[in-house]
Ligand binder design. Structure first.
Ligand SMILES: [Zn+2]
Length: 404
């Protein structure tokens, strides 16, 4: 057992001072130091700086490790030119990032306080790096393919990757399933993958309503996606409508990434079926997809969390930076309220959506903790200042083990 007495605890919804935390793999008690010492007289003390803060480790549910080699290769500004540049440079990008390069991306996330991440894996080339990462990992094996004739082959390939991920036996590694998107996956494949996920109690995720091009293609089989599909896949209609796609997920709450272009009806459906939106503001900006309307999510009671997306559409894997950008992007929202909301969504709410017992400084939660040196006593606007000044992380614990 360890006991830590920071100057401040951010739970993340409450800011406490003068309290101690007793933890081993889990947080066992929170209270006055003398009370905890009575309960755990043998406990070791964790040394902390004078103005220390303890808060839960951050959760990044959406990253593409396999594309970590990208810096200036891909074309930013608009979705279709970006997608075409991904297809054009895929071999170089994938070949340009070996296990070492992907491990560096995991280490970068850890350094930035991310203690759990969700890796969307297209080819399972990131399996080794994800398996060896220090963090908790949801390994999202991705299914993709819109042509019915290819469905069996693609499903077999997908299943062999799922099985490989099931061979990884380490605490905190969870095989999971990603459906690429409504425009790129045939409904028969989606059904099979979701059935498997449900039977095996796996977490699911999908990209949904990311770009104006996607919205138009699903709604009316027209727009910028049309030449793309007719040229590459000899397909002149969308394999799913937005509605038919969502109907497949009715009984499987899923993390839906981006959702920038969804209308009120779609958002209402997301809320009704218990889905959670992953908001990736930097990716949305760089790919010209617009800004998600948080008021619209609120009105329709849609839960949302924060993600970085991959280095194929971001310059860093840093949720603090991501939240800071969101703080400026959603300028009509009250500053302190939004900062608190961002921190809550990047920790406890993300954990809830992923079905994990972490993301909160509370008794019974897994001890995934960040110890931060604030260098000064915090004000009641601590959430704002954490995002503005970045975190000066001194120590990181995952399941009570020091990992940095
Ligand atoms: Zn993505």
């Amino acid at each position: 057992m360890k006991i830590i007495t920071p100057e401040t605890i951010l739970s993340p919804t409450r800011q406490l001072s003068g309290m101690s935390i007793a933890f081993d793999t889990h947080i066992r008690a929170i209270g006055q130091l003398h009370e905890l010492l009575e309960q755990f007289p043998e406990a070791d003390f964790v040394e902390v700086p004078l103005h220390s803060l303890v808060m839960p480790g951050l959760i990044n549910p959406h990253v593409h490790l396999e594309f970590s080699a990208n810096k200036e290769t891909l074309k930013y500004g608009s979705f279709m030119p970006w997608l075409n540049s991904v297809i054009e440079n895929r071999e170089d990008l994938i070949g340009g990032c070996d296990a070492n390069c992907m491990s560096k991306a995991c280490d970068e996330m850890l350094k930035n306080g991310i203690t759990t991440f969700g890796a969307v894996s297209s080819y399972a080339l990131d399996l080794e790096a994800a398996a060896n990462a220090k963090q908790k990992v949801l390994f999202f094996n991705e299914v993709i393919g819109s042509q019915a004739t290819m469905a069996d082959t693609l499903y077999d390939d997908f299943m062999s990757r799922v099985e490989a991920s099931l061979q990884v036996k380490r605490e905190g590694f969870y095989p999971a399933i990603a459906i690429h998107s409504p425009y790129s996956v045939h409904p028969a494949l989606i059904k099979r993958a979701l059935k498997y996920a449900t039977q095996h109690n796996m977490v699911t995720t999908a990209h949904y309503m990311e770009s104006p091009a996607e919205q138009e293609w699903l709604a009316s089989n027209s727009g910028e996606f049309k030449p793309f599909f007719t040229e590459f896949l000899k397909q002149d209609y969308a394999v799913n409508t937005s509605e038919s796609f969502l109907s497949l997920f009715k009984d499987k709450p899923t993390l839906m990434t981006h959702v920038v272009q969804a209308d009120h009806g779609e958002l209402k459906q997301l809320a009704q079926d218990g889905h959670t939106v992953i908001h990736c503001p930097i990716s949305n900006r760089l790919l010209g997809n617009g800004t998600i309307d948080l008021e619209k999510l609120d009105v329709n009671k849609v839960s949302w969390v924060m993600g970085t997306d991959g280095l194929s559409s971001n310059y860093t894997l840093d949720l603090i930076e991501e939240m800071k950008i969101a703080l400026f992007m959603h300028a009509n929202r009250d500053l302190t309220t939004l900062a608190t909301e961002l921190l809550t969504n990047a920790t406890v709410n993300s954990a809830k959506a992923l079905g994990m017992n972490t993301g909160e400084i509370a008794v019974g939660k897994e001890a995934d903790l960040l110890i931060i040196d604030l260098e000064t006593t915090p004000s009641e606007q601590l959430p704002v200042h954490l995002l503005l000044h970045g975190y000066n992380i001194q120590k990181i614990y995952i399941n009570g083990n020091e990992v940095s």
